[in-house]
Design a protein around this ligand. Structure first.
Ligand code: NAD
Length: 362
């Protein structure tokens, strides 16, 4: 197929890297890349030249049957030039209802990469997992940089240094990577999560699990946590706040599918935290786990640094682009056959991700 990769407007990442371009080419696709798309990930136009035609935006639209971007392009840029094309993006960051109307009105066959089902077969296509993994790592590295202390315990002739205490709220993909990274740096790590599967994973990484009784679980939620009762959240807040008062670093990642993130760090708890401590709130885009988080900003309150950033993976632009690009490659390998999208509405991955349901593939 003729596949075009759009330059991101406001992101350091790119949806195609040279490494993955080679795989696409081997599968027989013709690739087009908007000039400069890889610049901010340190992939130059010349790095792609063996596998890709580097073109202008208008030539990209003219030449491609299938278009890809990490972030959906601005709504006002979508017009009849896109008609009858296939468009893949992560639509989680936009008002989906509005966007969908415009996509359907312009007959653009669209797939939302942000809602890949959480099944074993779809794991290699899951952009949320691949990016969350990197965000979890980067959250710890950022915290380590902002913290006026070391992570590991060391004993020197001048005295000994106690290990940092790290609390991770939400032990999903990002949380588990944060736990593993903080452990590797030598911190003492504790974590909280309402899913019982998470408890085992936390313990297997050598961290302590903050026990709270009465969590609601739903196996039909596809791996996601469900909304917890008021009583559970109160109990959790009480248990977690005891740990937070002693913590040097808090990495919060707690999210509930399609809903606002639970507030696990109210201002009253921040008031009791140690000066110099650091909160990295990865759930900030969906409201944040700390009452004081400001999305996209770092604030300093009572000498405590609170960073609200759900897109830390973008700060590791080479790796995050590579993983995203591989996710796209795996998704397309799955849905393309004989140079055509296999429009199998019975297939779980196809039917969940294909969002422009009012227009059928012809
Ligand atoms: P997520 O980003 O939706 O949420 C992050 C974490 O927050 C989750 O672990 C959730 O349980 C937790 N959380 C929710 N409410 C909380 C609360 N009140 N207190 C503390 N924590 C709370 O989830 P995620 O990280 O994308 O994934 C969760 C799990 O889903 C993973 O650990 C994995 O087992 C599974 N998963 C499976 C696949 C797959 O099989 N393809 C893909 C991705 C994830």
């Amino acid at each position: 197929m003729k596949i075009g990769f759009i330059k991101e407007a406001n992101d350091t990442r790119v949806s195609l890297t040279p490494e993955v371009a080679k795989k696409f080419k081997k599968s027989g696709h013709d690739l087009f890349l908007e000039s400069g798309a890889g610049d901010l990930s340190n992939f130059k136009n010349s790095d792609y030249k063996e596998y890709v035609k580097v073109v202008s935006y208008s030539d990209l639209l003219k030449n491609s049957e299938l278009l890809i971007s990490i972030n959906p392009i601005e709504l006002n840029k979508i017009n009849s030039n896109f008609s009858k094309k296939i468009y893949l993006s992560n639509f989680n960051s936009v008002n989906k209802d509005n966007y969908l109307l415009v996509l359907e009105k312009n007959n653009i066959y669209s797939f939302d990469l942000g809602i890949i089902p959480r099944t074993t077969i779809a794991q290699s296509m899951d952009i949320l997992s691949s990016q969350a993994n990197l965000s979890g790592y980067k959250a710890v590295i950022k915290a380590a940089e902002l913290l006026p202390r070391m992570f590991p315990m060391i004993i020197t002739a001048a005295g000994s240094i106690k290990p940092a205490k790290v609390v991770v709220l939400g032990a999903g993909v990002a949380g588990l990577q944060a736990i593993a990274t903080a452990k590797r740096l030598g911190a003492i790590v504790e974590a909280s999560d309402p899913r019982s599967a998470a408890r085992e994973e936390v313990l297997s990484l050598g961290a302590r699990f903050i026990e709270v009784e009465g969590a609601v679980e739903d196996s039909s939620a596809g791996g996601y946590a469900v909304k917890q009762t008021k009583e559970y959240l109160e109990r959790q807040k009480k248990e977690v706040s005891k740990k937070l008062e002693l913590a040097d670093v808090v990495i919060s990642t707690a999210q509930v599918l399609g809903g606002k993130s639970p507030i696990l760090i109210p201002k009253t708890v921040v008031d009791k935290m140690k000066p110099g401590s650091v909160i990295i709130d990865l759930a900030s885009a969906s409201g944040g786990n700390c009452e004081m988080t400001q999305d996209g900003k770092m604030i300093i309150y009572n000498d405590i640094k609170i960073v609200g950033n759900s897109y830390l993976s973008a700060e590791l632009s080479q790796d995050s682009s590579n993983l995203f690009s591989n996710n796209v490659y795996n998704f397309l390998e799955y849905i393309i056959n004989d140079n055509k999208i296999v429009d199998n509405y019975e297939d779980e991955i196809f039917s969940q991700c294909y969002i422009t349901k009012k227009i059928k593939f012809s």
